[in-house]
Design a protein around this ligand. Structure first.
Ligand code: GLU
Length: 410
């Protein structure tokens, strides 16, 4: 059998493809020219499995999605106290390019608006750092997060720099208040290069999965971000990531997220998954219309909401193969990640005639994990296998195998 997760992601893409509302970003000429029909989605679990669908090989500039990750770098380079001196953590409720400075301190309200992100870039590496070193810091950290060497799209960068009047005005204003200590032109040029780093949806989902893991890259097992810094970044994404729509987004969808004006969207659910989406047409808030709707679907279908009870995360999956049977074991509170692992194990399944699933030590299933497990059993049944379960708590509820039969008792 094949794991059903990519099929599900493809189904989400095909229902949303007909939505052609919105428009590509008009204020950056290179982005205005992007193919508006591109659409892709990727989910990476805390154990490093990536599932993706759509235009997964398309690279696009990261734009504002760079902001939370650069914020993480700045805190690691300068310490949280120094960063908080220059940039606040309050939602601004305003558009991304509003100045939104706090009265009194003149700090930008948060690092997700442009003013805060420009100040963040100016803090990278050290007080009198070389401008190139700041760009190099973001490029190497984002590459570590993605688990591959990323590069900068110089033509997107040049195109944005040619029309960067508003960001330059913002940087000059920050300098006049002493928030920025370096040359405003150099900082805007560096920030714009940071925004021009090219990524795919799989890169975004991997970067977010690293945050979800508290800073450890799920595939290389490298600690890229300190745990307390990852927590700070996720909290700011939750409250300020979606600009003027942040409150509506957090309550309804509940996936701390950050969008970019090239059409990217990244989402993170602590301890569970990182999600990447991409489609270039933007809604009135500057968020990708289709990627936003895809995240809404994932939240609704999979119960992926920050405040959905997850009952802790003690979950264990295993497989044993013996004579004519294959025994899959599930244990603990099973949610998306464990169910995805189970499906991967089932996809590698041999052709032994009996498939047993031992759920005797399962405390609970989230709804999506239950449906995923059942779908795996259905697919194995379609391959002609005999299905047995040991499910004393009847956690799988009504395990119809799709052909009118039910699993036998293990
Ligand atoms: N580089 C873009 C800017 O500074 C990023 C904006 C965004 O992605 O929302 O305007």
């Amino acid at each position: 059998m094949k794991t059903p997760i990519p099929d599900y992601l493809n189904e989400v893409l095909s229902t949303l493809r007909e939505d052609t509302t919105g428009a590509t970003a008009s204020y950056i000429p290179e982005l205005a020219e992007a193919n508006p029909d591109l659409f892709a989605l990727a989910v990476t679990t805390g154990t490093g499995s990536t599932y993706s669908a759509g235009d997964v090989d398309t690279e696009f500039s990261i734009q504002s999605i760079s902001k939370p990750f650069a914020y993480a770098a700045a805190i690691m380079d300068r310490g949280i106290d120094r960063v908080l001196e220059s940039i606040g953590v309050e939602p601004s409720g305003e558009a991304f390019n509003e100045l939104s400075l706090e009265g009194g301190t003149h700090r930008p309200k948060n690092p997700m608006i442009n003013a805060g992100a420009i100040a963040t870039h100016g803090l990278l590496v050290g007080e009198r750092a070389d401008p190139e070193a700041r760009v190099a810091r973001t490029l190497s950290m984002f590459s570590q997060l993605a688990g591959r060497e990323l590069r900068i799209d110089e033509s997107v960068c040049a195109s944005e720099l040619a029309t960067a009047d508003r960001n330059l005005a913002t940087a000059h204003m920050l300098r006049s208040y002493g928030i920025l200590t370096s040359d405003p032109h150099e900082v805007v040029a560096g920030y714009t290069r940071q925004c021009s780093i090219l990524v795919t949806v799989a890169d975004l989902s991997m970067m977010a999965a690293t945050l979800a893991n508290g800073g450890v890259q799920p595939r290389t097992h490298e600690r890229v971000i300190d745990t307390d810094v990852a927590r700070q970044v996720m909290a700011v994404m939750a409250t300020a990531g979606m600009y003027d729509g942040a409150g509506d987004w957090l309550t309804r969808v509940g996936i701390p997220a950050k969008s970019g004006v090239a059409g990217g969207l990244v989402g993170v659910l602590p301890d569970q998954v990182g999600i990447g989406g991409f489609s270039p047409r933007l809604d009135e808030h500057g968020n990708s219309q289709r990627a936003r709707r895809a995240f809404e679907r994932l939240s609704a279908d999979m119960g992926l909401h920050l405040f959905a009870p997850s009952h802790g995360r003690l979950e264990v999956v295993g497989v044993q193969r013996e004579s004519s049977r294959e025994v899959f074991t599930l244990q603990g509170n099973v949610q998306f990640t464990a169910a995805a692992e189970l499906l991967d194990l089932m996809a590698d399944s041999t052709s032994l005639s009996e498939v047993h699933v031992d759920m005797s030590r399962v405390h609970s299933f989230t709804d999506v994990a239950r449906r995923m497990t059942l779908e795996g059993l259905r697919r194995l049944r379609m391959d002609g296998r005999r299905i047995f379960i040991n499910d004393p708590l009847q956690s799988l509820a009504n395990p119809d195998l799709g052909d009118g039969t039910y699993p036998e008792r293990s």
